[in-house]
Design a protein around this ligand. Structure first.
Ligand SMILES: *[C@@H]1O[C@H](CO)[C@@H](O)[C@H](O)[C@H]1NC(C)=O
Ligand SMILES: *[C@@H]1O[C@H](CO)[C@@H](O)[C@H](O)[C@H]1NC(C)=O
Ligand SMILES: *[C@@H]1O[C@H](CO)[C@@H](O)[C@H](O)[C@H]1NC(C)=O
Ligand SMILES: *[C@@H]1O[C@H](CO)[C@@H](O)[C@H](O)[C@H]1NC(C)=O
Ligand SMILES: *[C@@H]1O[C@H](CO)[C@@H](O)[C@H](O)[C@H]1NC(C)=O
Ligand SMILES: *[C@@H]1O[C@H](CO)[C@@H](O)[C@H](O)[C@H]1NC(C)=O
Ligand SMILES: *[C@@H]1O[C@H](CO)[C@@H](O)[C@H](O)[C@H]1NC(C)=O
Ligand SMILES: *[C@@H]1O[C@H](CO)[C@@H](O)[C@H](O)[C@H]1NC(C)=O
Ligand SMILES: *[C@@H]1O[C@H](CO)[C@@H](O)[C@H](O)[C@H]1NC(C)=O
Ligand SMILES: *[C@@H]1O[C@H](CO)[C@@H](O)[C@H](O)[C@H]1NC(C)=O
Ligand SMILES: *[C@@H]1O[C@H](CO)[C@@H](O)[C@H](O)[C@H]1NC(C)=O
Ligand SMILES: *[C@@H]1O[C@H](CO)[C@@H](O)[C@H](O)[C@H]1NC(C)=O
Length: 825
């Protein structure tokens, strides 16, 4: 070798240098050491469709798409170094491949729908093991063939998108999957056997979709499963005893479905279960005693089923047990109050509403020093509020709907942790302790329906976190209310002081956060304060049955446009209904009955938009939304401590309870029992979404407007005790929802209109004392053919008869009479 001799002459530095050079040369150029070019190209194609949709500039909210903030995914760099991309290590084998893509929460909020197809290029990256495309507002169906290509996937997360359609059958190819989360989408259809072949699955989460039908048998072969969450779907059928084959389960959540039948005894075999949630189903039968074998159980939720029989007290011997929720709506469980319980658990939450618990509050609970939430509402508990309970440093006490008696001890309010205190509808009495305000953490205070008396303690004004205050239906008295409220409650949204004996002027100082203000049936007097205009969030104002004076036309300008409900029934208001009532554009419920109003109907009343059309997006009373926005509150929702918000509205014939959610559906106008005169303006017929219209007991004259035939939602129409003349327009035969029509004590003549619904209006008293009504409804034959006074009515009737022939479905069920009664504490 020519260089043979030279080798020996090489110096050490030269050798080192050449080694370095060798190493450098033997490292392949970047393109071959980074991810394979076709994988890089796939990512770049995805990037360009992304840019085509979003661009690289800020979105409507000024948020730059997170993905492109600083020129990431630079085509000239190694894609293994790209953000959200992980490659295999591949030290020996020179080619690295993409194994992880974390593309979650990266599509900015936008109004353009983005379809799952945007990810199509990624289906070429067959080396993928982890794919996360959760939280992206993605629409469309899951491309089956695309995902079928990714047979190496171990972890697939698609939660929280808007994906619809069903799970494609190609998913059965993803046999390496260990983690699959498709929750919070719009997936539908029956669960097929596809997922049953994914034997390595340890986590399967399909909650919050629209899956229906049975749990497929194949699911019970997924022996590796540690977590199975099928909650919030519409699955049904019995719970197979095969569930006991899923021996490795640690968490089983089947809540909020329609599962029926019994809880299988075999459930006791799931020895590793720490969390078992079967709440909100239609399960029947006993709580199996085998449940005590679940020695690792921490959370047991069986609430809102139809379970019967005795609650196994052995449950409380499970040392690990922390949260128990049983009972609730529909439950027929009983509690053996004679059973001696020596608990071994350290509970944080004990929720046992409607569990047939009688006698005093079970004393063994006093051993539970970690208790944060205690809900024993809707039982038959009696006796006094126990001293030991007042001493526990607890966050939430819900004992509503029992028969508890006696006074509240001041000790209860020494707690700084107390967050919810709900004692409504018991038999508590006496004055509230003066130190009430020491419990500064209270956000929800509900004491309605007891016999509390005396003044509301001044110290309440120190509970600055208060969001909801319900002291209604007690015997509170005094005229110091204005001093309790001095805009010192930044969050207070719900104030109910109705049905007490409070007096004095209407307080001028309610906090601006107030949304619902109920002061009805007290002894408040004087004029309404101008400062009402400062309650810029007010949606619901109810001051019925007080002694409010002054002119209505002076009050209306103090009310804000957002007001949805205004109830001033049975006060001493004078004056007239001003034109500008139509400026209260959100008004849905207006009750001015039983005052001393005079003047005419302003035609402008027919412009009230929310009485004309039920808006698509219901103007919810907003209180739920409001409360939910507080993180602390949502924590409690999660513990299924549903909040008891019920507004009790009195319609003349009965007491109606509307949950604040379905209150949004109702619209009514009650001007009865005043001294309103003149004619009914035809514009009133615009109010198509009204359920109730009552103008009785006034001095109204003239005819019933023909336009009343347009009141298509009206169920109750009371025109009685006026001076109305002419005939009942034939257009009334179009009122398909009508269930009460009272036109008595007027000067009406002529034939009562006929029609499927009008023919059922046969209550004689409602037609009595008129000048000459006739018709089959009242058994009075009409003499000859009474000519209708208006030409078009005849056509109207014919038209409506024709349209009914096609759509006749029997008597419409009045919405108004089918108000949902909400479970409440
Ligand atoms: C994936 O890559 C990111 C950087 O892009 C890194 O922070 C993360 O630790 C990697 N994950 C794994 C599992 O290697
Ligand atoms: C490197 O891995 C690829 C695919 O994983 C394989 O096709 C190739 O044969 C491997 N090369 C070597 C040198 O092991
Ligand atoms: C899924 O939604 C898209 C629109 O986003 C619609 O075109 C398609 O028909 C839906 N598919 C199913 C099965 O509902
Ligand atoms: C399932 O898991 C086992 C053990 O982790 C593994 O050996 C096997 O390859 C996996 N099966 C598939 C199809 O990935
Ligand atoms: C339960 O958990 C233990 C320890 O976490 C584990 O060793 C065991 O395999 C699991 N499965 C069963 C069926 O016990
Ligand atoms: C309420 O308590 C009073 C005594 O304070 C008692 O007379 C009354 O019967 C109780 N009412 C109910 C419904 O328990
Ligand atoms: C409304 O509030 C403002 C600021 O607190 C106050 O100055 C004003 O007097 C109030 N208006 C009425 C009518 O009370
Ligand atoms: C009107 O309110 C008074 C108390 O202010 C009450 O005594 C009366 O019964 C109420 N009238 C009606 C009809 O409700
Ligand atoms: C009521 O609304 C009308 C038009 O919508 C407006 O001109 C008028 O000023 C409003 N009145 C008051 C007092 O706000
Ligand atoms: C209504 O007002 C008239 C006079 O304005 C008065 O005589 C009458 O007593 C009032 N009625 C009521 C119930 O206040
Ligand atoms: C209409 O109002 C009057 C007086 O307020 C009341 O007596 C009557 O019951 C109401 N009619 C209906 C149908 O509710
Ligand atoms: C009809 O009028 C008479 C006399 O005013 C009255 O006694 C009766 O109660 C009225 N009937 C009805 C149904 O209102």
């Amino acid at each position: 070798m020519a260089t043979g001799g030279g080798i020996t002459s090489l110096s050490l530095p030269t050798i080192l240098l050449s080694i370095i050079v060798f190493i450098l040369i033997s490292i392949p150029p970047p393109s071959s050491s980074s991810c394979p070019p076709h994988q890089k190209q796939a990512l770049l194609r995805f990037k360009s469709s992304y840019i085509a949709i979003f661009g690289t500039t800020a979105d409507v909210f000024g948020i730059i798409p997170p993905f492109f903030q600083t020129g990431i995914w630079d085509p000239n760099s190694d894609c293994c170094t790209w953000d959200r991309v992980n490659c295999s290590t591949g030290t020996r084998n020179k080619t690295r491949t993409i194994v992880e893509l974390h593309l979650d929460a990266m599509l900015p909020f936008n109004t353009v729908p983005v379809y799952l197809d945007i990810f199509n290029p990624l289906f070429e990256i067959q080396s993928l093991k982890v794919l996360d495309i959760s939280l992206n507002w993605l629409e469309g169906e899951i491309p089956g063939d695309g995902f079928g290509n990714l047979a190496g996937l171990v972890h697939l997360d698609m939660k929280q998108n808007n994906i619809n359609g069903s799970i494609p059958r190609q998913f059965s190819r993803l046999t390496s999957l260990r983690y699959l989360d498709l929750s919070t989408n719009f997936l539908q259809g029956e669960l097929g056997p596809e997922l049953g072949s994914l034997r390595n699955l340890t986590t399967l989460t399909l909650s919050m979709n629209r899956f229906e039908g049975l749990i497929p048998r194949q699911f019970f072969k997924l022996g590796s499963l540690r977590s199975l969450d099928l909650s919030s779907n519409t699955l049904e059928g019995g719970l197979s005893s095969d569930v006991s084959k899923l021996l490795n389960l640690e968490s089983l959540d089947l809540s909020e479905n329609s599962f029926s039948g019994q809880i299988p005894f075999g459930i006791g075999e799931l020895r590793n279960v720490t969390r078992l949630d079967l709440s909100k189903n239609q399960l029947t039968g006993l709580i199996p005693s085998s449940i005590r074998k679940l020695t690792k159980l921490e959370t047991l939720r069986l609430k809102n089923n139809m379970l019967t029989g005795e609650i196994p007290s052995s449950l409380f011997k499970i040392k690990t047990l922390k949260k128990v929720l049983i009972g609730g709506k529909g439950s027929r469980l009983v509690w053996n109050h004679k059973a001696k319980i020596v608990p071994r658990c350290r509970l944080q939450q004990l929720s046992m509403p409607s569990c047939g618990i009688s006698g005093p509050i079970p004393e063994w609970i006093s051993t539970q020093k970690d208790l944060e939430i205690l809900d024993l509402s809707s039982n038959q508990l009696d006796g006094e509020f126990p001293k030991w309970l007042a001493k526990i440093d607890i966050q939430s006490i819900v004992l509503s709907d029992n028969k508890l008696t006696g006074k509240l001890t001041p000790q209860l309010f020494d707690s700084k942790k107390l967050f919810i205190l709900a004692l409504s509808r018991n038999n508590f009495s006496g004055e509230l302790p003066e130190n009430l305000g020491s419990a500064k953490g209270i956000m929800i205070l509900m004491l309605s329906g007891n016999k509390f008396s005396g003044q509301i303690p001044m110290s309440i004004s120190k509970i600055v976190l208060l969001m909801l205050l319900d002291l209604s239906r007690n015997r509170f008295s005094g005229d110091k209310v204005p001093m309790l409220f001095r805009d010192n409650f930044p969050f207070l949204a719900y104030i109910d002081l109705s049905y007490n004996e409070l007096s004095g002027r209407i307080p001028v100082t309610f906090p601006t956060s107030t949304k619902i203000l109920s002061l009805g049936e007290n002894k408040f007097s004087g004029e309404l304060p101008e400062s009402l205009i400062n309650l810029s969030n007010l949606e619901h104002l109810d001051i019925h049955d007080n002694d409010i004076t002054g002119n209505l036309q002076d009050v209306i300008p103090f009310l804000i446009r957002g007001l949805q409900v205004l109830i001033l029934r049975n006060n001493s208001l004078k004056g007239f209904i001003p034109k500008m009532i139509s400026n209260l554009t959100s008004l849905r419920i207006l009750d001015l009955s039983g005052n001393n109003l005079t003047g005419n109907f302003p035609p402008e009343i027919g412009n009230l938009a929310n009485m004309i059309e039920t808006p698509d997006l219901l103007p919810s009373v907003g209180i739920y939304k409001y409360l939910k926005a507080f993180p602390y509150f949502s924590l409690y929702r999660d513990n299924s401590l549903d909040l008891p918000l019920v507004l009790i509205l009195e319609w003349k014939r009965s007491l109606q309870m509307l949950s604040s959610q379905n209150l949004a559906l109702y619209s009514s106008l009650d001007l009865s029992n005043n001294r309103i005169s003149g004619e009914i303006p035809a514009t009133l017929g615009n109010l198509k979404s009204l359920k109730l219209l009552n103008v009785s007991h006034n001095r109204i004259s003239g005819n019933i407007p023909l336009s009343f035939g347009n009141l298509e939602s009206t169920e109750t129409l009371d025109l009685s005790h006026n001076k109305i003349s002419g005939s009942i327009p034939q257009s009334f035969s179009k009122l398909k929802q009508l269930t009460i029509l009272d036109v008595s004590n007027n000067r009406l003549t002529g034939k009562i209109p006929t029609g499927p619904q009008m023919d059922t209006m046969n209550e004689l008293n409602y037609f009595a004392n008129n000048s000459g009504l006739c018709g089959m409804q009242i058994g009075v034959k009409c003499v000859g053919d009474i000519q209708p006074s208006h030409g078009p009515e005849v056509d109207d009737e014919k038209l409506s008869w024709i349209s009914w022939e096609g759509t006749w479905v029997g008597f419409p069920v009045g919405l108004f009479s089918s108000i949902l009664f909400m479970a409440y504490y």
